[in-house]
Design a protein around this ligand. Sequence first.
Ligand SMILES: C[S@@+](CC[C@H](N)C(=O)[O-])C[C@H]1O[C@@H](n2cnc3c(N)ncnc32)[C@H](O)[C@@H]1O
Length: 277
Amino acid sequence: MVALMDQRERVAAVFDRAAETYDRVGVDLFQPIAARLVEELGPKVGERVIDIGCGRGAALLPLAAAVGPTGRAIGLDLAPQMVAATASEAAQAGLAVEVVLGDAQEPDLPIGSFDGLTSSLVLFFLPDPGAALRAWRSLLVDRGRIAVSTFASHSAAWEPVDAVFDPYLPPGMREARTSGEQGPFASDEGVELLLSDAGFTDVRTVRGSVPVRFDSAEHWYRWTMSTGQRFMWELVPEAERAAVRASASEAVEDTRRHNADGRIGFDQEVRYTFGRR
Ligand SMILES: C[S@@+](CC[C@H](N)C(=O)[O-])C[C@H]1O[C@@H](n2cnc3c(N)ncnc32)[C@H](O)[C@@H]1O
């Protein structure tokens, strides 16, 4: 139990530190993924929907817009700064959204009270994704819909960049973007099984690819500091960071020659998995 709490607290603390610039540094990744997820969920005017691990609202804000003022949209996140920033942004946008602090693993919300549930790029952070999915299922009405996105593979040409951090990762630890290399997140079937084992029916997957591009190695660095990858930097001892950044930047620059558009970056394969209570 102590270990589980450590993992949750560590993840939430990293996202808390990243919250101010999270998804706000001019890189398209979280929003196109969430937009597709929401579109496939198909929220209707007047429905009650929840977004678990809402971050800066990539899925929550379009959900709220879709259900409108007669519906109800709630976002839940364990990082207080994410909750505060998203609540304030939703208010500025004139959207009636509730953003609550809570644990995706054990959400403290009324059961059987939502028509739809989204969770974009969250499941692989949780200590027990199967238990979380069972809890999420109980939040839905009968035949209520769930839509989750997870990372699948990304361009092989980006591997030298990821490899720069390998010596600093504790044994068994995966960075979220590479979580698709093993365990339940390694295949469509693995994620589908997580949902069906949790009791969901009509489980299906669609795939998409998002081109993630950066203006420069410096832009890439700012982006890493604004996401969960910030934790990779925090694992590198301070005295080594400049050297690690220099070799990572070299590997980042090298990806230009693999991309048809000549830009720095990678293509991220994304898995969208759906089911019903
Ligand atoms: C990769 S971000 C995705 C955020 C948002 N869904 C998006 O697509 O931009 C993961 C989010 O999950 C949240 N998170 C991680 N573990 C959590 C937990 N146990 N309970 C609630 N939120 C959690 C983080 O704070 C972070 O905001």
